[in-house]
Design a protein around this ligand. Structure first.
Ligand code: BG6
Ligand code: MG
Length: 210
């Protein structure tokens, strides 16, 4: 094994709460019911696919242009909230694991559905840290499609079978398995039976990677 591909939201940094606030503001404006349970279904899902899930509770149909406007509204609110992120928001154990893996010679990449990946990495002080970044800006198919991870492995110049994928979304674990990666499930996905490994503490990655 030579590489590690990390999902960003919910793996490196917790942005669930910020996504929730932004979707809630959009939903309230439209008079659409939205709660944390619905927010949990948006994990790993692209922005437009997330909007479709939010609109399941709408009392009317929305035209394509209206959908684009709603997604833009949500993203504008979200981008403002992201400005509050700092390196302190990096999740426990992440910095130690990244440094430990690098010291062992692993190549490190991000594989995220988010088009806001560059901004998030900048705010948490990890801009330029990873050997490759594959995100919502370079894919046409969102997780559970493996495209984002396959591109990350290609950017690292490694075969998929030689890379671990670390994910907090079941859709992300499915994407990793579909691409032929070894998956490590954390957070919300911990315990997902399709994953090769499940961990409760991020530091356990250093035991798996040896
Ligand atoms: C994923 C998040 O990482 O990115 C999803 O888990 C989000 O909740 C998706 O919808 C797309 O994010 P963005 O920043 O491009 O709207
Ligand atoms: Mg995630």
């Amino acid at each position: 094994m030579k590489g590690f591909i990390f999902d960003l939201d919910g793996v490196i940094v917790s942005t669930d709460g910020l996504h929730y606030l932004a979707w809630k503001q959009m939903a309230d404006k439209e008079g659409i019911y939205f709660d944390e349970e619905i927010n949990n279904r948006l994990r790993g899902v692209s922005r437009m696919a997330s909007l479709e899930i939010v609109l399941e509770r709408a009392s009317r149909q929305y035209a394509e242009e209206e959908k684009v406007a709603l997604a833009t509204y949500k993203n504008d609110v979200y981008r403002e909230l992201l400005k509050n992120l700092t390196p302190k928001d990096i999740l426990p154990g992440v910095t130690e694991v990244l440094e430990g893996l690098r010291a062992r010679g692993y190549k490190l990449a991000i594989g995220s559905s988010s088009k806001n990946t560059p901004a998030i990495l900048k705010y948490i002080g990890l801009e330029g840290f990873f050997d490759a970044v594959s995100d919502g800006n370079n894919i046409t198919h969102s997780k559970p499609d493996p495209e984002v991870f396959i591109k990350a492995a290609a950017f690292l110049d490694l075969p998929c079978e030689q890379c671990y994928v670390v994910e907090d979304a079941k859709a992300g674990v499915d994407a990793g398995k579909a691409g032929g990666f070894i998956t490590i499930a954390v957070g919300d996905a911990c315990g997902y039976e399709k994953s090769d490994y499940s961990i409760r503490h991020f530091e356990e990655i250093l035991t798996i990677a040896k």
